[in-house]
Ligand binder design. Structure first.
Ligand SMILES: [Zn+2]
Length: 62
C-alpha cells in the first residue's frame, strides 16, 4: 500500500504510526507546544485521538 502513495503521503503515515508527528502530544515534549491537549476538544492530542476520536473531524472521517 505505501509503495503506491506519493512520498509525502508515505511520510505522514509513517509519522502517524510512530507517533513522531506534529501533533500537540508530541510537540509538547520538546517545548514546541504549550500543552499536549487538543485545542478543539481538550483531549490529549495523540495520533489515535486525531485519526479516530476527535469529534471535530467526524465529517472528514465519514
Ligand atoms: Zn480533539
Amino acid at each position: 500500500m505505501l509503495a503506491s502513495l506519493p512520498r509525502g503521503g508515505c511520510s505522514i503515515i509513517t509519522q502517524l504510526r510512530t507517533g513522531h508527528v506534529a501533533l500537540r502530544d508530541y510537540l509538547e515534549r520538546f517545548g514546541h507546544a504549550e500543552s499536549p491537549f487538543c485545542l478543539r476538544c481538550g483531549a490529549r492530542e495523540t495520533p489515535e485521538h486525531f485519526l479516530v476520536f476527535c469529534a471535530c473531524f467526524t465529517c472528514e472521517r465519514l
